[in-house]
Ligand binder design. Structure first.
Ligand code: ZN
Length: 220
């Protein structure tokens, strides 16, 4: 065995030993509220979260390179007008950025990834809506939902809502409007049923991450 192979093997073992699993948290009602705020002028866009899928990709539980982001998004499940929410352990790469990232979304596109712990925390709906809005064609701006970092502000302007309505992700039957979203869980090994974090463990994780958030965690 040459040196390179042995290094790769060692690294592979390390990754496996630390691999956990993403877990899915979505608050459909909170997302509906963001996509029916006053700038939607009483014509809401209903967020419809469909069936979850589980994919076994141990190397994608911790996203560290843009190549891994691309590999993840190339796993897309379903048609082009279905958004995939991917849930992983950590996201440390996104479009050339590599620090302080908790989520990454195609702009525009139909895939985005978030860190499971953040999606489950108090900023969860803000992160999901922000990344979804990238998919829908919105770029960053200062303030509001599209602020580059977490700010507890989920405001969308009239212009941003107009951009969202123009997205091919928005479906309509002529009476109402909606976006179909299917969560995708990334795991190291197949699990049935889906893993549920221990409440005490989750509380500790959320506590530690809420402390981090106070120091300003960037989203991308
Ligand atoms: Zn962003």
């Amino acid at each position: 065995m040459n040196v390179l192979k042995s290094l790769v093997l060692t690294l592979g073992l390390l990754i496996v030993s630390h691999a956990k699993a993403g877990f899915i948290t979505t608050d459909e009602a909170a997302l509906d509220a963001i996509f029916s705020q006053s700038s939607f002028a009483n014509i809401p866009i209903d967020i419809r979260i469909g069936a979850s899928s589980e994919l076994v990709f141990p190397n994608l539980l911790d996203i560290t390179t843009d190549a891994e982001v691309n590999q993840l998004f190339n796993l897309h499940i379903g048609g082009a007008n279905i958004v995939n929410f991917y849930f992983v352990d950590t996201v440390d790469a996104c479009g050339g950025f590599n620090t302080g990232i908790v989520g990454c979304g195609e702009f525009p596109g139909n895939d985005f990834v978030v860190e499971s712990v953040f999606a489950a925390g108090s900023f969860g709906s803000e992160i999901l809506a922000h990344e979804l809005a990238h998919n829908l064609g919105l770029d960053h701006r200062t303030g509001g939902l599209m602020n580059p970092s977490l700010n507890s502000d989920t405001t969308l302007t009239d212009q941003e809502v107009a951009t969202i309505r123009a997205s091919s992700l928005v479906q309509t039957d002529g009476l109402s409007f909606w976006i179909n979203i299917n969560p995708v869980l990334i795991v190291a090994t197949a699990s049935t049923p889906l893993p549920v974090p221990e409440p005490s463990t989750l509380a500790l994780l959320l506590l530690s991450f809420s402390l981090l958030l106070k120091n300003g965690v960037k989203r991308k």
